[in-house]
Design a protein around this ligand. Sequence first.
Ligand code: ATP
Ligand code: MG
Length: 566
Amino acid sequence: MYFSKMFLPTMREVPAEAEIISHKLMLRAGLIRKLASGIYSFLPLGYRVLKKIKQVVREEMDGIGGQELLMSALLPSESFRESGRWEVFGPEMFRLKDRNDRDFCLGPTHEEIFTLTVKNSLRSYRSLPVILYQIQTKYRDELRPRFGVMRSREFIMKDAYSFDRDEAGLDDSYKKMDRAYRRIFDRLGLEYKVVEADSGAMGGSGSQEFMVISEAGEDGIAYCKTCGYGANEEKAGCLPADDHSDECPEDIIKIHTPNIHTITELTGFLGCDASRMAKTLIYKADGELIAAMVRGDRELNEVKLKNVLGCTELEMADAESVRAVTNADVGFAGPAGLKIRIIADHEVAMGRNFIVGANETDYHLKNINFGRDFSAEVHDIRCISGEDKCPCCGEKITLARGIEVGHIFKLGTRYTEALGCNYIDEEGNERPMVMGCYGIGINRTIAAVIEQHHDENGIIWPMGIAPYHVIIVPVNVLDENVMKVSEEMYRRLAEAGVEVILDDRNERAGVKFMDADLIGIPIRINVGRKAAEGIVEYKPRGGKEALSMTVDEALEKVLSVCKYDR
Ligand code: ATP
Ligand code: MG
């Protein structure tokens, strides 16, 4: 490709809304353009990368026996109604009606549609297992589309679905998928962690997320360098810190705490540590008021609480509801005498002599003890912290930010039962198929690669997914020798199957170097004054030095690097 002919609108200034580096660089390097909030076009350079990532994904899916197909993005509502997700998706689902007033949506994910397709096509145990997948556009009306293609409203997902006879079969398909995912993200040059995840609205018995380690990540993850344990913070198990359990319960003392509403105010006022207090938080869970308790120095984990309660809606109760159950203003709730369901964290049940709200405005109680002064259902409902120990081996846990690029789920029979997707087993019995689903966000993965592969000058593409492998930069296009050597190298590389750009623009060398660095082409060949002697410079994008060598040496080096890294 000749640079002068490329549709490559690079930008110097990016809009302020581009907060993270991948978003900035994707705009600056002319990979994407924004059309509306959370809606992006892929321009030629970006689309080349997108196609390469799709290809890596495709090869690895085919490698485990996956069969690719393509489903519509426009989906009728019926199967979503049968699974119950027409309601569950809420405002995140793009809904529309046809001319006959029938309900449709733009598919946010395809569990229902794959289940329906398999239901109407496979009947015998002999046809199972089967793994089907597609690389297709998804639509989600995200609450906060942001970070460019990282969280957009239209995006490309590779979604795969496995159908097995039983749980053992599902385990097998799931393991294959896990290994394929690791190969994919390895090939993309990503540093990532595989972590246990919450299954959320998807349902099912277990799931893991593939998290690319990055400060730009929207998820918190916890992992152990000793035993390899990893979990999304939403899910990470917490060992109770056994701080005060050896104390004897003491007599309750009522203390006057005027206008003290928060733990920070209370620690200041009483001059004691937040770990000596217990917070009682009033929530509305599917409309019912409940109380949740964690130690004063801990944060409540709402995902864990939601799972304990088995509810779909969980929100902090409004001041009026708090007053109705505690007879006090917000900030003075406590467990003693509370008439609603109480869920307490392990540490609250283990600790002694806590300071809690007195259920009376401007008062707290000292020396409140679980078992003696209140009862509660005891669960792990707190957020993990940097001081915590690994729940598996007890060594130090590490916290990091992660970008979720992939998610694999064991769905079990959640969808096949709802939609009647059964098979006939060897004894002639009808059984629901056992299902798994597996997603990779293709666009988000591009952004994640850039987050990990860039410097102050631009992107540094790993060879395997670079839009082009090599850029030849004639330092002066008016110099005949320079152009002759450049054209010759361009021709020979292209003939050898190398994807190459020739920067034929009549620009200063500095400008061309800057552009080559910005768009991140892995190898740059500088053709300068020494071209007349058959000498050029070879410059890897990630390296500092430009190496002088003969044209043949440079060609050979390019070919070997491309072959090795591709
Ligand atoms: P998130 O928690 O980030 O919203 P999710 O759990 O909703 O993701 P899944 O339903 O598991 O995502 O979708 C599979 C994959 O699709 C995700 O791992 C992610 O890589 C990608 N993905 C999901 N939502 C978006 C989005 N809005 N924009 C880009 N990619 C997305
Ligand atoms: Mg989501």
